[in-house]
Ligand binder design. Sequence first.
Ligand code: PLP
Length: 393
Amino acid sequence: KNHLSDRINSMSTSATLAMAAKARELKNEGKDIIGLSLGEPDFNIPEFIKEAAKEAIDQNYSSYSPVDGYADLKEAIANKFKRDNGLTYGPSQIVVSTGAKQSLANVAMVMLNHGDEVILPAPYWVSYSDIVKLAEGVPVEVPTSIDTDFKMTPAQLENAITPKTKMIWFSSPCNPSGSVYSKEELEGLAAVLRKHPNIFIVSDEIYEHINFKGNHVSIANVEGMYDRTVTVNGVSKAFAMTGWRIGYIGAPEWIAKACNKFQGQITSGANAIAQRATIAALNAPVSSIKFMIDEFHKRRDIVLELLGEIEGFNLNVPEGAFYVFPDISSFFGKTLNGTTINNASDFSLYLLEKANVATVTGEAFGNENCIRISYAASEKELREAIARIKAVL
Ligand code: PLP
């Protein structure tokens, strides 16, 4: 008998982390694996942030912090929201957590009751669906395709809404598609939501700076949306601080208070040293990370060009984040070097086994026709990986 809870038994393992583990295993066996499965910037943390962390240790920031974060960190976050997003959030509207992943889990746990529906435009970030289910919510996937640049239209949103709809969760720039919603597109969605005042929004903006097109737009800034939007962000992607585990929200005060209460029973708050370092990160001008964004932009263009040379890859042009999400369904039903490819998982595994390149199946993100390739890797690795992929196809 399995003595574990139904809760954990029904949860899927994070597909991105599973792929990374598998790639690591093969690497340990001596295989020359190129890992393009993780959403992790391959840069070092900028020096000034490391210095702030060292100072914090020396200044004995070793006690519990306030559950929702240090007051001066919340002030830095408020200034950041104002500076980058034109959003006004006071300290009582901000909660600092152990990564944006925990911020999302907090929101799910305080907002959802059993059976509440959460609309997820698919492809969506891998964890949304399981976080929602953990909170007894019901994920309602709205499939999009490469034909609409993987974005949900207002009509699709309207059709997905039922009396049970409680929330909509999405990321822009999107992981995994790299798509960025324009102001007009967000206004289109907001026009539908204005007719449904009891639907709340989670706007995951963790890739906001990694945007090659122009200005990032926060849906909380669109008319009527501020009072029902939780804006989620963090330092993992913009500052290459994935392992430091700091994320945060700006939200209506009643939601922030509930998250604070919840977190008080679960973690007691985020790591003190990482919080101090985050103050330095957020207070720095955005120009201090422009080098990373320029580098991602360059790599995106290289990856698109090289993948575009492979017959059977159907590509959109991602405008942000650091992923491409090619539609590879033209390979379904084909047999390559003795392996039959029936779906995106088969394709991704085939690339791992035959080309020694780790990618992630689109099925993990609610899309069966695509795979995700992260270009948070060096140009040399990317060129080598794509050459190998081409060779085995
Ligand atoms: N949201 C999206 C869209 C992500 O891609 C990620 C990380 O991959 C997260 C949230 C979680 O970030 P954090 O490291 O802050 O938990």
